[in-house]
Design a protein around this ligand. Structure first.
Ligand code: NAG
Ligand code: NAG
Ligand code: NAG
Ligand code: NAG
Ligand code: NAG
Length: 342
């Protein structure tokens, strides 16, 4: 009898202590952390192994410390981020609304375009239009390095760090050969448009950003007959990329980036911004390298010696200042991290 009461008392004391600690931590944390963090048991106890992964998965949509797609952290972000938009065309989602189509064909003033539905039909006869990119798991942490072409990568020594990401995105002319120490040697996805296309290593996924119907026709041609060698500029007649690895940026997604993220600044979003928002939609963690000026304020490419080439900052087509502010906002709410190089 006495023994039982004694045990009850012990239990009560332990429970009381636990309660007090929890309340105190709760109050201490309240002022500093978001609601999400307050319910994070790993803050008070240290779990490891499968149990830790299980607990983490209970709270987050991914297996990283934080997940891009986590909502309720920033209203600004929640109002923009819309998961219903697919970043790339598939056989199932290959539909472009009338208003998007009108906007899209005006981007490069395409005259007498081929019927868009016909062009897409032809496209999916050549490429599969399927991808496992959107298969996600709460146990997985998909980290992405979005590598821009800024001269701030020179002598940055970021190579190894960049290569350690699950996915490495590069864009346009971006070479890695001879620059491995600073930019790495791994590329999983390369964002291009026909006029910026270069030879890609065989196992890289090409992400074509189409700005006109002819760009879709070019892709078909470049994989089959090789008839198209010119759009508004010379384009390669043939490309050596595995068909299963080709993705086509969705014009609806491009419009979404323009409407929601760049708020109609510039004529259309830059390849850099298009890649960043693409990454926000398919990655759990997004790290930016090679964006912005170098420490001396110069705007140039890491693979060019021309320091005076400020041309790609304000071309009138893109609004560089606005995009920089957008990147700043995403950084301040920890949706992305920016590595500034030197
Ligand atoms: C996301 O986009 C779809 C399609 O345009 C729209 O119907 C929906 O309301 C949007 N959701 C949010 C939360 O903005
Ligand atoms: C390039 O890749 C190899 C193996 O794939 C790796 O060992 C090497 O460290 C990489 N080089 C750089 C500079 O990142
Ligand atoms: C692509 O192939 C090259 C050479 O075969 C290899 O070094 C590299 O790791 C591969 N990259 C990916 C992402 O598979
Ligand atoms: C494209 O091909 C045509 C016909 O073969 C040729 O006359 C023209 O010079 C080519 N243009 C370019 C830019 O290579
Ligand atoms: C960045 O955030 C500030 C403060 O929330 C806001 O006023 C501004 O419009 C945002 N800028 C962009 C480019 O979204």
């Amino acid at each position: 009898m006495i023994g039982l009461r004694h045990r009850n008392l012990k239990l009560f004391t332990v429970a009381l202590a636990f309660f007090a600690i929890t309340i105190t931590s709760f109050l201490l944390n309240y002022t500093q952390n978001s609601v999400l963090d307050m319910w994070n048991p790993e803050k008070y106890f240290h779990f490891s192994g499968p149990l830790a992964r299980f607990l983490a998965s209970m709270r987050r949509p991914c297996g990283c410390e934080t997940c891009v797609s986590e909502m309720d952290i920033s209203l600004w972000f929640d109002e923009k981020f819309n998961v219903t938009f697919s970043p790339f065309l598939t056989k199932e989602n290959g539909f472009i609304s009338e208003s998007t189509y009108k906007w899209w064909t005006r981007l490069q003033g395409e005259r007498n375009p081929m019927d868009i539905n016909k062009a897409m039909e032809e496209l999916f006869k050549v490429i599969p239009g399927e991808s496992s990119l959107q298969d996600r798991s709460p146990y997985q942490c998909r980290s992405c390095a979005v590598v821009g072409n800024s001269g701030n990568l020179k002598e940055s020594d970021y190579g190894g760090e960049i290569d350690s990401h699950t996915f490495v995105f590069r864009m346009n002319h971006a070479p890695t050969e001879k620059f491995e120490k600073d930019v790495g040697n791994k590329t999983t996805h390369h964002f291009v448009y026909p006029e910026s296309m270069r030879d890609l290593p065989e196992n890289v996924s090409m992400v074509l950003i189409p700005f006109k119907t002819l760009d879709l026709q070019w892709l078909v041609s470049a994989l089959t007959s090789g008839t198209i060698n010119f759009t508004y500029a010379p384009v390669p007649r043939r490309i050596k990329v595995a068909k299963e690895k080709i993705l086509v940026y969705h014009p609806e997604f491009m419009k979404y980036v323009y409407d929601k993220w760049s708020l109609h600044h510039g004529r259309y979003p830059s390849t850099g911004l298009l890649s960043i928002v693409f990454a926000l939609h398919i990655c759990d963690k997004v790290d930016l390298y090679g964006f912005g000026a170098d420490s001396k304020g110069n705007w140039h490419h890491y693979f060019e010696n021309n320091q005076a080439a400020g041309a790609f900052r304000q071309t009138g087509v893109h609004d560089g200042d606005f995009e920089a502010e957008l990147i700043g906002n995403l950084t301040s709410i920890k949706k992305i991290s920016v590595f500034k190089g030197r």
